[in-house]
Design a protein around this ligand. Structure first.
Ligand code: ADP
Ligand code: MG
Length: 214
């Protein structure tokens, strides 16, 4: 299978080429078509298997090929458990949005709150965030999620381990409308709380699980 087998914008294919990425990994083969279909997804595969592009490519494609629900609200919100993981995803997203008109910001715990509020005033299309800090900005009305089209939870198992369940529920509630798609990724599924949060956040999800033990 090739990336050209998915209906992806030529700019995305070109960026993959520049990144030196040639063929989709197993999780990408299975998750990208679901992401592109608009269906909700619960996916798991081990660390290092390429989950980031499995959600960033469908997210980019959706933004490029559909009209926004809102001019001001972020269209895509990607949540990660730690600053380090969020920085890694943000740097891959930056490569994909380069040479497009789309703006991406990161909203991470431990960084200047007011600077982040200002960056949200620029109406970014993509927000990459840790749940605690994002929930704080939401409570302060620094952003609204009524127009959110795609909610992505990466490393959902670790977000639950770190005690972010209330923040995830608050963010979900703020973005609760029919046209939202939700993609949930984790390294493992053997987590009691995963099914519970998945039941609350995902609508009739497709399941993709790669590798032994799942
Ligand atoms: P995970 O989130 O599953 O731990 P990442 O998305 O962080 O994995 O990807 C791990 C590494 O593999 C990254 O350096 C990424 O650039 C690289 N990678 C991702 N997809 C591919 C691919 N299709 N071919 C080659 N390398 C890839
Ligand atoms: Mg990852």
């Amino acid at each position: 299978m090739q990336f050209t087998d998915f209906s992806l914008d030529t700019r995305l294919l070109k960026t993959l080429d520049h990144m030196g990425i040639e063929k989709p990994t197993e999780i990408q083969e299975q998750a990208i078509p679901v992401g592109l279909s608009g269906k909700d997804l619960m996916a798991s595969s081990k660390t290092g298997s390429g989950k980031t592009l499995a959600f960033l490519l469908p997210a980019m494609q959706r933004i490029i090929s559909t009209r926004p629900l809102s001019k001001r609200d972020p269209r895509v919100l990607i949540l990660l458990p730690t600053r380090e993981l969020a920085n890694q995803v943000y740097s891959q997203l930056r490569l994909l949005v380069a040479n497009t008109q789309y703006k991406a910001v990161k909203i991470l715990g431990g960084e200047n709150f007011n600077d982040q509020a200002k960056s949200l005033e620029r109406d970014p299309h993509f927000v990459v965030a840790t749940p605690g800090r994002l929930a704080d900005h939401l409570a302060q009305h620094h952003l609204h999620l009524n127009g959110l089209e795609l909610l992505i939870l990466d490393e959902a198992d670790r977000m639950l381990d770190l005690g972010f369940v209330d923040q995830l529920k608050a963010i979900n509630a703020a973005a609760d409308h029919k046209r939202r798609q939700t993609l949930m990724f984790s390294a493992t599924l053997d987590h009691n709380k995963i099914n519970e949060i998945a039941a609350e956040l995902l609508k009739d999800p497709m399941h993709v699980s790669i590798g032994a033990g799942n």
